[in-house]
Write a protein that binds this ligand. Sequence first.
Ligand code: ATP
Ligand code: MG
Length: 658
Amino acid sequence: MAKEATIDTLLEEERIFYPPEEFTRQANVKSKEIYAEARANPQLYWAMQAERLDWFRKWDRVLEWNPPFAKWFVGGKLNACYNCVDRHLKSWRRNKAAIIFEGEPGDSRVLTYWDLYREVTQFANVLKELGVGAGDRVAIYLPMIPELAIAMLACARIGAPHSIVFGGFSAEALRDRINDAGAKVLITADGGWRRGKIVSLKDNADAALSQTPTVEKVVVVRRTGQEVNMQEGRDLWYHELMAKAPVGCPAEELDSEHMLFILYTSGTTGKPKGVVHTTGGYLVGVSTTHHMVFDIKDSDVYWCTADIGWITGHSYVVYGPLANGTTTLMYEGAPDWPAQDRFWAIIEKYGVTVFYTAPTAIRAFMKWGRKWPAQHNLSTLRLLGTVGEPINPEAWMWYYENIGGGRCPIVDTWWQTETGMIMISPLPGITPLKPGSATVPLPGVEADVVDKEGNPVLLGEGGLLVIKEPWPAMLRTVYGDDQRYIETYWARFKDKGYYFAGDGAKRDYHNYYWILGRVDDVINVAGHRLSTMELESALVDHPWVAEAAVIGRSHEIKGQAVAAFVTLKARAFEELKAAKRSFKEIEGELKAHVAKKIGAIARPDDVFLTAELPKTRSGKIMRRLLRDIAEGRVLGDTTTLADPAVIAELKAKYEARE
Ligand code: ATP
Ligand code: MG
């Protein structure tokens, strides 16, 4: 009988990679018992993890849960900055590198924990001088330079929630986020370096500031050095303020539930939401997961390539690593500047041991070819990670072999801006890996895959990913909009009290989780539910294909039809052109490939070749815009697109096709 192509029968990944024995022997987590211990008493488990931090006052209650509103470590008092900086000064770590910074032009800086203390306390004094106090929101719009981490920690020190806006965002995106948060101060720079050019942050900031009534003062870091407009009475140079600011500033004793920051989601599913995180639970969650998932040791040089403007940068470039006293690396620029080996050159230069990046980056590295990493000594690496999207098994294998040299475990970490911390991930010393699966929920995380009514689906069946119990780093609300918080995440399974993540998933017969993509993106062809992730993986499996985005467009008879947008590898494109193969032939071959890999039902109705796919600034494919194009609609919210020109061109070409 032909294999029926539904979510149930797909993704039969049979390859399993066991943790190398030497890795397990030295791992931070060596025994599976931790899962059972956490399940037996989750609150006790999290209370034990909370002991990692320094508290000014211990909590009275671990959790107060008035669904869907949670308070963690109630009555406890602490300071996130104190935990990331001051407490390390009491030991030898005082002289340890806290931040290694590599600028795009090749400049570099190393800040020890003591250096960080000096700069952070000075800047905290600057903020106070500008009238910023506990509870006042501070917007930050900076490139990936040490001052970004310094500014965050200074805010945390005085209890001023920060709202970081990614440096690649436009003036309008910045304006909307400043206004939504009602920020009192903006911290920005003259510019940042990207592919050898200056990104004029101050010019963008000026455009935004003409429509942001709450901003009183603007602090400007000098990075790129070009002439910028400084408005008298409003704009101040960072280096001038710092020159006058004293070292040493008390870390406020803040309530565990004090707001640490607001961060807006990336906008793949609609208008970005201002996600609120608070101090105690968040810091417990990120320090615990950073320690366990990345198996962090004092000797590590740890590099997470995410921009601090995303949650991954907040949790795993700054707060998690620094709370754990880790050496964290920051790189300012593009991975292909001055050449396509920049990342591998950085790993070699600093002897990076743990490397964490995104599938979109890995697919780009594959497109550029293995010769780039092959030019460098990557033998210091011992552990790799990914986050942001499902990773296609093809890309996983490439990463494993070409970057990890076949010896490094890969932690595929599933989580969200809203979850604050990693939720589903291998523990590298004990979890056997399957390419493309984030494996199992971490200890203390209760997840499930359920149907529309909230009942668990059978193993092997597709459903909705939910979290069944509150966790410490969970979002507390959507800033200024409790109603949107309730409706977006909790209304769907109100009776059961489950958190709805918005992602589709299935579990296989080892109880491993496979993220199938956004629920909004699941395609229904004549009653068969197909996952975008599996269709895309089937396409990427073809030797010509670099990247693919699959959507369902409405179809009179089948309900939905599968439409694929595909980019080809540079080499394949040249070869096909030289061989005079027509687009029709190429498309036919790719359709046949999907039908062969998955089944006839999954055969795409259209395959559309394109030079680029529309992505968010964080590198995620914007399928909802592709759906708008395929269905001839006006484009939805495009403010978080990396390059608006890509979608405009794609739309024009799509509409002009035969
Ligand atoms: P918005 O909510 O505004 O649409 P967003 O969901 O893209 O934006 P993030 O919070 O940065 O913003 O992304 C979280 C999402 O990324 C998850 O819901 C999931 O779809 C995807 N994701 C993250 N890590 C993984 C992973 N390891 N495997 C599969 N999917 C992942
Ligand atoms: Mg989301």
